[in-house]
Design a protein around this ligand. Sequence first.
Ligand code: ADP
Ligand code: MG
Length: 599
Amino acid sequence: MVEPAFNPRIQVLSDHVANKIAAGEVVDRPASVLKELIENAIDARATQIDVKIGGGGKRLISIADNGHGMDRDNALLAVERHATSKISDVDDIERVATLGFRGEALAAIASVSRFTLTTRPQHLDAGTELHITGGKMSDVKEVGCPVGTSFQIRNLFFNVPARRKFLRSDQTELTHLRQMFLVYALSHPEVGMTFHVEDRPVYTLAAGASLLDRLGELFGNDYTRNVREVNEDRGQIRLTGYAGMPHVQRADRSEQFIFINGRPASAPLIGYALNEAYHTFVPKGRFPSVFLFLTMDPEWVDVNVHPTKKEVRFRHPDAVRDIVIAGLRRVLNPGEAPAETHSQPEAPSAVPAAPTLRLRIEDLPALPMFNYPRITPRQEDEPPPAASPRASVEGPVDTENVPKAPWSWCRVLGQVGGLYVVMETSDGLVLMDPHAAHERLMFERFMKRLLERSLRSQGLLTPETIEMTPADAAIVRKQLPLLQSMGFGLSDFGGDSFMLDAMPDFLGAASGQSVVFAIAQTLEQGGERGGTERWAEERIAKAACRAAVKANDKLTLQEIEQLVIDLAAADMPYTCPHGRPTLIFMGFKELDRKFGRTL
Ligand code: ADP
Ligand code: MG
């Protein structure tokens, strides 16, 4: 029996086949096609980019720009593999300022779609149109067209069924396309951009915008009230942009936009730094919104680790990490470091901005109203200040320093569910979780005193002996000096027991045992070390405050009012130190909308 000849032959792949294979690296779905084409338009210095999508990008991706365009020869060259006008030597990669440089995108896209390129440079009257189908040029002709370049990508992956099979539903692909569009709309607010889906306009973004304008256009002007400007300059490296306040959080990272030297990028390191900066404000598994631009010497970043250039490496990772943490902390926690920049202090209105009261209930008993004292100096014609005289205390009114107060006046209306406090404020209805609020205040007080070294420790009436598991005891023993420096009069009693005879004074009547247990538990979960110097202290303070607040199950109206006043003055009033919200807002606008009263 004769075996069939097995005769492998090494072949040099034709360009056509090589392109198709390479295409898989550069483009894997409609959104990555869009990415490459928008980048090219930006590199061509377009000031207007118009995108149209049909059938989730599988049927059509169309993009038109008013950039510098190409003449016939360059257009023909542009669709060749490794044809680029942007670098000519390997060394240039280190210094690339353009978004593209590998010269593979157009060739790749053209090899897996029905591709049309129409382009004209300023100095020529006629434009060029190329048709390529699955990598084969089918037509080149002269056409009349505006200056600039447009691409029509139809039937993506029509000739690569394996890949086409992996595309998701139109809706899902559209979500990715839209996210990609957002990325570039944010990185280049100066470029006018439109996004049409099945001929319906989804975004129409004006040219020449600032980043804040663009945020407003994309997410609504209300949104921009919830972000703070970040600006941290370390000479060699700079961080700018906007950071969302912690209550603007999502279940995924889709509102985290990071740009490195103008290029959208990700690096595990940055995710870590964000986490570190927000960890006392945002709970695990929730993600703050950030729009951050890192600028540094191009030689400090390696963008060439990945064909789609998304993940970067840093030459000085520590510097990057530090500036991100410091820049964010400065705006999130102005108590920690003086903040220099606030995007737009929400100017507190001096007089309670009378919500357009359209109906008055005549015989409703008047409820006491009190002003948040640090914001509003009491006005003559205002309602009397609160049942609580403490409401109008406090020293000089520092109007410079109040951009973060959540309201300019408010009154407590009552309580629901045996827990939540209902309030009316200048802007609407607010619900407060008094436990979360209390935890936040206690935590801030704790950290502040720790930083100022003004912690006072208060002796317990009866010292407690605390028995622990061997594992917990080992953890507590290790941190004993730190705990002692934080005001816990804790001493090793031998075996697995400790003696507690004092606690930081403002922890109140909390049971020492529950506080120490909570601390042991959090230290155990936290691992050995964290990113910031104060990491261990913060964890301990968080756990202690939570345990202390739990013990506190009765509050008087006066105490609630004081809580409201103090909370408004807190560095970060919106969330408890574990990141749960302290306040839920329902603005008058939102109420109007819900009641169908949109004006
Ligand atoms: P790269 O962007 O890496 O250079 P591409 O394959 O994306 O590679 O593009 C190849 C070349 O085609 C670019 O270097 C550029 O000269 C030209 N080009 C692509 N898109 C445009 C455009 N929208 N306007 C003008 N020139 C373009
Ligand atoms: Mg490109």
